[in-house]
Write a protein that binds this ligand. Structure first.
Ligand SMILES: Cc1cc2nc3c(=O)[nH]c(=O)nc-3n(C[C@H](O)[C@H](O)[C@H](O)COP(=O)(O)OP(=O)(O)OC[C@H]3O[C@@H](n4cnc5c(N)ncnc54)[C@H](O)[C@@H]3O)c2cc1C
Length: 354
């Protein structure tokens, strides 16, 4: 028996994969509905298609251009991006899990070691069962079973608003806030605008960004914490595993956690079904890429406004856009060395590694 705590993308996808292998899987989700509240812009690269085939109705928009802006400089990168409808996407994964044989328990909250409150009843998880903590950034599973390491977070704040923008262009604003801001178009006149930063002044930065865009109308708002990848995070202890945000499996440079959590679910399924160490599998097949994003995050955190503008100048060189077009940020070990070869001046930012 496998008990999965958390019915987000990580938990439901792992449940689907494990049930398909013949395991008896219970998913416990504290909310009464899957996929709400949404705390995500839903941006993923086309690499997601290597993991799961997306149906049209799960996609709000597709983008082919990223405009990176800092002060008065900008850079246009041709890049295929998918804007997921997170509520539908989560429910799609839930349907896959249930159709594969998982039992879904809603309104069921993991409260402490081996204990889940289902509706108003406390149930005990069997001592010999496997437990997967896919319960998000504040994982109670991690805390209850002693898998806690130091966690650092990015704060994401975003609103849906009316703004006339090019529906084909995702705009990213870099600078001055230890993070970045974005405009993600869902259609010609509806978009998400937001800010992600490690600074304690995230709300102030978000309000400044909103003001700079002269936004008056707010259709909805979301905010949440995004754990920064921690290579020291313990992922497995005896029969307990961590997955997704609970395991800090997030790209620290962008805050993107959907693709890493799906990849980690595949690795966890492989680990359980082949009796291979999950920590070792993640180290080999996922952590190098997350580590590269962490290095980029650490470099960018030290950037001044001048550094950002000089970075844009360096990247505005013939041949760079082609590299970004060909190698997605979900494969940074292919992308970054090629960028360094094409523009060796970028090496100066990596001097902290020497
Ligand atoms: C503002 C914002 C924007 C973002 N934008 C993007 C983006 O554009 N692209 C991207 O890739 N990522 C983005 N992310 C990150 C992404 O949302 C997460 O990485 C992703 O949701 C991780 O999936 P998960 O299943 O691990 O965790 P979650 O989606 O957090 O799911 C965890 C589930 O566990 C449940 N749960 C929690 N505690 C318990 C408990 N004790 N008992 C039972 N159930 C419990 C929760 O209700 C939830 O359903 C964003 C995050 C934020 C905050």
């Amino acid at each position: 028996m496998i008990n999965i705590i958390g019915g987000g993308p990580a938990g439901c996808f792992a449940g689907h994969l494990l049930a398909k292998q013949g395991y008896k899987v219970n998913i416990y989700e504290e909310h009464r509905k899957i996929g709400v509240p949404v705390r995500c812009s839903g941006i993923v690269t086309e690499d997601i298609n290597n993991i799961i085939k997306l149906k049209k109705e799960l996609i709000k928009n597709t983008i082919s251009n990223i405009k990176v802006i800092s002060s008065d400089k900008h850079l246009n990168l041709e890049s295929k991006e998918i804007i997921l409808d997170r509520e539908r996407f989560d429910n799609y994964l839930k349907d896959l899990a249930v159709d594969s044989g998982c039992t879904l328990n809603l309104n069921s909250r993991f409260i402490s070691k081996d204990k889940v409150r289902c509706e108003n009843k406390i149930i005990s998880l069997k001592k010999d069962s496997q437990i997967i903590g896919a319960d998000g950034p504040f994982s109670r599973v991690a805390a209850s079973y002693g898998l806690i390491d130091k966690k650092q977070f990015l704060t994401g704040i975003q609103i849906k608003t009316e703004l006339n923008v090019d529906p084909n262009t995702l705009s990213v604003y870099l600078g001055k806030n230890q993070g970045f801001s974005w405009i993600v178009p869902e259609s010609e006149n509806i978009c998400m605008i937001g800010t992600m930063t490690q600074s304690k002044e995230s709300k102030k930065y978000f309000d400044e960004f909103k003001k700079s865009l002269k936004i008056k109308k707010q259709l909805s708002s979301q905010s949440g914490l995004i754990p920064i990848f921690n290579p020291k995070q313990i992922l497995q202890k005896d029969n307990v595993y961590l997955l997704g945000d609970a395991a800090c499996q997030v790209k620290a440079s962008t805050g993107g956690g959907i693709i890493p959590s799906l990849k980690a679910a595949q690795l966890l399924c492989k680990s359980i079904s082949t009796d291979t160490n999950y920590d070792a599998l993640c180290k080999k097949e996922l952590n190098n890429s997350l580590r590269m994003h962490l290095i980029i995050r650490n470099i960018l955190d030290k950037f001044t406004l001048e550094d950002y503008t000089s970075l844009i100048d360096m990247l505005n060189k013939p041949g760079i856009a082609e590299i970004f077009k060909k190698y997605s940020r979900d494969r940074p070990y292919s992308l970054v060395p090629r960028l360094l070869l094409k523009q060796p001046l970028l090496l100066k930012y990596f001097k902290c590694l020497i």
